[in-house]
Design a binder for this molecule. Structure first.
Ligand SMILES: Cc1ncc(COP(=O)(O)O)c(C=O)c1O
Ligand SMILES: [Zn+2]
Length: 431
């Protein structure tokens, strides 16, 4: 049933400049071009749409003089030119951490961690939501909504609160408690659904057809939303002193982040902002939900859906929308997609924390775990400069990391008790 009395959403825009230098939508399957507007599937073939641009000449100096958040790249995004003036959560400009201790332990040369914990709701999802929100408001949507594996729910609820609009988020009922609390606190509508993420996503698609003025950021606003992940790629290049890394390892759920980081690198090359150096893109999945890694190994172009079961719930998408495009990117650049078991995920979370002081979430453990696996399999060059993404915060996936120490008995407040405790400690290797 349609909601009554609400202003209809614009189906096409009469003022494309409100989307900056974005000029059109292009079908990723058949290439058909359509106007910018509230549409996400191709009218010719039902393929997914992607934002195209007529990009301006842009200098490093202009970008560097921009705000210390993703809006410094506003002219490369489908957002209005004055976007930085509107209330938003202002994500981005997260640290690129030189990980020398970790590199030494892995026998690598230059290794960097792009640490996405510093975003307003502690994952990279604030980037995609900020772009989706800006575009959605231009198109007349009134409600910000999403199906989510957790982090997106946090980001949507926070961004809607900041913008002063309603949010509706749909999540699988078995999400980590931290992610549920960190969504509910913003006061929007949260609906726990008895099913997998893929069930939740299907329900969201049905709702998106029915509720005209609800912007499901990753469904009916997906072409705009996905562009937000390009900002991770822009930042990495800028933080490296305007050059590209030789290798990058990216976590894969829907696959959008990986595909858009590659798009960002190609745009920077075509704008002359970085040198055209060769880079390889690698995708990381958990073995309990590894449909893209399986397709890569089998040499397939299509991704066979799976039913997820993994500690890495944020990556538990069994039917990934961008799966085939991930395969295209890794094959074109000479990368790979690999997966690791849940124990390897947890061990990698601990390694990242112990070597670099970064408590990443399970998705970060997947990415570092896959880096180790790729090194062991000889698929990644230990001597070439490498970036890995830590896309979220370990404080939101506490149970995965909680070990015996969490339950250790307290000691009495005496020196003797402390010394007895110390004597009982195992001798640890320095990191
Ligand atoms: C922490 C984290 N990392 C990575 C991803 C993967 O993003 P994508 O769906 O763009 O592949 C997600 C998706 O939910 C996530 O929450
Ligand atoms: Zn098409």
């Amino acid at each position: 049933m349609r909601e009554k009395g609400l202003a209809p959403v614009n189906n096409t825009t009469t003022n494309p400049s409100r989307f900056g230098f974005a000029s059109h939508l292009a079908c990723r399957e058949c290439g058909a071009i359509s106007d910018l507007g509230a549409t996400h599937v191709c009218a010719e073939c039902f393929g997914p749409l992607e934002v195209g641009y007529q990009l301006p000449a842009l200098t490093r100096a202009v970008i560097e003089s921009g705000p210390p958040n993703i809006w410094r790249y506003a002219s490369l995004l489908p957002v209005p030119p004055d976007v930085a003036a509107a209330p938003s959560t202002e994500p981005g400009c997260t640290r690129l951490v030189r990980a020398d201790h970790l590199a030494r332990q892995l026998g690598m040369g230059a290794l960097w961690v792009k640490d996405e914990r510093a975003n307003p709701t502690h994952s990279f999802k604030d980037r995609v939501v900020a772009v989706a929100l800006a575009a959605a408001l231009e198109m007349g949507y009134k409600v910000l909504a999403c199906p989510s594996t957790g982090n997106l729910a946090n980001a949507v609820a926070a961004a809607a609160a900041r913008a002063g609009i309603r949010s509706v988020v749909l999540i699988p009922a078995d999400l980590e408690p931290q992610k549920i609390v960190a969504t509910a606190v913003y006061g929007g509508t949260m609906v726990a659904v008895d099913g997998t993420y893929d069930d939740v996503n299907r329900l969201a698609s049905e709702l998106a057809d029915e509720r005209e003025d609800w912007a499901f950021v990753n469904v009916n606003v997906r072409p705009y939303y996905a562009e937000g992940s390009k900002t991770i790629g822009y930042e990495i290049a800028e933080q490296l002193g305007w050059r590209l890394p030789a290798q990058i390892v990216v976590p894969v759920a829907s696959g959008a982040q990986l595909v858009k980081i590659d798009k960002a690198f190609r745009e920077l090359i075509s704008l002359g902002l970085v040198e055209d150096t060769k880079y390889r893109v690698f995708g990381a999945q958990a073995s309990g939900c590894a449909p893209v890694a399986a397709a890569f190994r089998a040499g397939h172009d299509v991704v066979q859906p799976v039913r997820p079961s993994t500690v890495a719930k944020s990556l538990a998408i069994g039917n990934p929308a961008d799966g085939p495009y991930v395969l295209d990117v890794v094959r074109r650049t000479g990368g790979a997609v690999a997966d690791v078991s849940d124990p390897e995920v947890v061990s990698a979370m601990r390694l990242l924390a112990a070597t670099e002081g970064i408590f990443g979430e399970t998705a970060g453990g997947v990415t570092l775990g896959v880096l180790r696996r790729l090194l062991a399999d000889g698929l990644l060059d230990p001597g070439a400069e490498t970036v890995i993404i830590n896309s979220g915060d370990g404080l939101k996936t506490l149970d995965a990391a909680a070990g015996a120490e969490a339950a250790a008995a307290p000691i009495r407040p005496t020196l003797a008790a402390f010394r007895a405790f110390e004597d009982a400690l195992p001798v640890a290797d320095p990191p």
